[in-house]
Design a binder for this molecule. Structure first.
Ligand SMILES: Nc1nc2c(c(=O)[nH]1)N[C@H]1C(S)=C(S)[C@@H](COP(=O)(O)O)O[C@H]1N2
Ligand SMILES: [Mo]
Length: 322
């Protein structure tokens, strides 16, 4: 795990270091190494798990594409975007497909609580029937300086917020990934602040771009991509797009996200994409496109400024790009 693997695209001096490599090294330096650095065996390579029943939502795909959101580049081949993942619950390298098959996506219930008219629990398949499913082509820019372009299927987060009926005093939406170390061995690594949490302001959540994803490439979402429900906020770095969500909490306090808890100086609440604001350890000026491995310029707000820039008017005091 501590071996620094150099990829072809990395420049020796100013390359992005994977968060996991950096954090493991830091943990050792800080004498926090009481917990074992996870051996690959712990992730259940070769472990047996029960075959899944047929997906009850399969008939909902493919959904009609919304032509409003265009990519300006090629769609990433499915075999590339679905085999190069960040899902720390299943390992800190990108190769989590096999381990992630342990994730059980049915039954799946979603809790809606906090500052709402009436807290409730909804079953994923009931939710899918109520929500307006559509396909959207979105770019995705990871803070590690790789990117992809994906046909997601899902529904606007704003539709979900409307269904949840937040109180007028609610200012933020906190979204949490399931917590079950027996099903997600990475969650046994106590150094990480499980469960994975992310948050948006309600204005961001209600922005038309904020999208709750349930499928990709015209099919239900693969487990490694965050089935059965994950977020897509394409103007923000990828770590904001929390996977396998089972709780939405409305609150008046800014949620402290997983990455912010780990390393607040490098991963903040806003995390809007900006090529001119480098990560403390690497440049954000360009990105490696999954599939072709081309290096292309990164755009402000990942090219979505027309939709989202006004959200941040008058917020000059905030660290909007980290
Ligand atoms: N629960 C959870 N959500 C997560 C992550 C994670 O490790 N755990 N990684 C994030 C990061 S850094 C990115 S870039 C995207 C990756 O999504 P993908 O694997 O579908 O490309 O998921 C985000 N959501
Ligand atoms: Mo990421």
């Amino acid at each position: 795990m501590l071996i620094r693997r150099r990829r072809g695209w990395e420049l020796p001096e100013n390359a992005a270091t994977d968060e996991a490599v950096y954090l493991d090294r830091r943990r050792l330096m800080q004498g926090l190494a009481a917990g074992p650095i996870l051996a690959p065996a712990l992730f259940g390579a070769g472990a047996a798990w029960a075959a899944d029943p047929p997906d009850p939502s399969a008939g909902l795909y493919p959904a009609k594409q919304n032509p409003k959101y265009t990519l300006g580049r090629a769609i990433t081949p499915e075999k590339d975007s679905t085999t190069y993942n960040n899902f720390y619950e299943y390992g800190t390298d990108k190769d989590v497909v096999q381990a992630a098959q342990q994730l059980k996506v049915r039954p799946w219930t979603i809790k809606i609580d906090g500052m709402v008219e009436k807290p409730m629990t909804v079953d994923i398949d009931d939710l899918l029937k109520q929500m307006p499913l559509e396909e959207r082509l979105y770019r995705h820019r990871c803070v590690e300086a790789w990117s992809m372009a994906v046909p997601w299927t899902g529904f606007p987060l704003a539709a979900f917020v409307a269904m949840a009926k937040p109180l007028s005093s609610a200012k933020y939406l906190k979204m949490t990934t399931f917590m079950d170390p027996a099903m997600a061995p990475g969650q046994k690594q106590f150094f990480y602040p499980w469960p994975y949490v992310e948050g948006l302001t309600l204005a961001e959540a209600n922005n038309e771009l904020s999208f709750l994803v349930t499928g990709m490439y015209g099919k239900p979402l693969p487990k490694q991509d965050g089935a059965p429900l994950r977020l897509a906020t394409p103007w923000k770095y990828g770590f904001k797009s929390v996977k396998s969500i089972n709780r939405f909490e409305f609150t008046d306090k800014r949620p402290l996200s997983y990455w912010e808890q780990l390393q607040a100086s490098e991963y903040g609440f806003w995390a809007n994409v900006n090529p001119e604001v480098p990560h403390p350890r690497w440049s954000q000026a360009t990105e490696r496109v999954l599939g072709t491995n081309d290096r292309v310029p990164t755009q402000l707000y990942n090219g979505y400024g027309e939709f989202v820039a006004s959200l941040y008017d008058g917020m000059k005091g905030e660290k909007l790009f980290m």
